[in-house]
Write a protein that binds this ligand. Sequence first.
Ligand code: SF4
Length: 194
Amino acid sequence: MKFERPFLNPVPPTAGTSLYAELMANVAGLPNDELFAQMIVSQTGGIGALPPGLGLDEAAFAALLLRHFPGMQLVVRHAGQIADPRALERDDVLALLLEHRAFKDGSEEWMAEIVTAACMASDHLWQDLGLWSRTFLSQLMTQNFPTLAAKNIHDMKWKKFLYKQLCEKEGINACRAPSCQVCTDYLKCFGPEE
Ligand code: SF4
């Protein structure tokens, strides 16, 4: 499934007057609370590319809300199940992330599904996730998928990096240049993600 929605630069909402403030007033104090709050605020505000429920099914999203923001009431209208022509690609991205999960908190599984959903969209990954900056995505990757994040030693763009990992796993070299240093696509892989 491809989520195509014009991207608007996420702007942190004004504290105290927003859904963000409400979410943060109800946080459980668990890993990923803040990252989930940013994504929920962006998604409900039409920012980023995640669908309602952040790409999780209804039961999983309800469980996420209950665990990370207990006491928070939020009605989200999920779309019905539709055929996904990119199901195999999704499965590959999800498996890659889960293979590297930190096993420190159960929410890593939800995070893997959410990141996978955002990978199906077309902007930078942090933008598609509705995070407020790339720094939060680097934090997300390091916290949830540390061994994978540690492989990104040259700070490649995160979506490019994930797909390159998949190619390498399959023994495919999709790069036309012998090395990144002499590649004409260098900026597509390593340029600023703004
Ligand atoms: S910069 Fe070029 S060689 Fe390096 S990963 Fe990107 S496409 Fe491949």
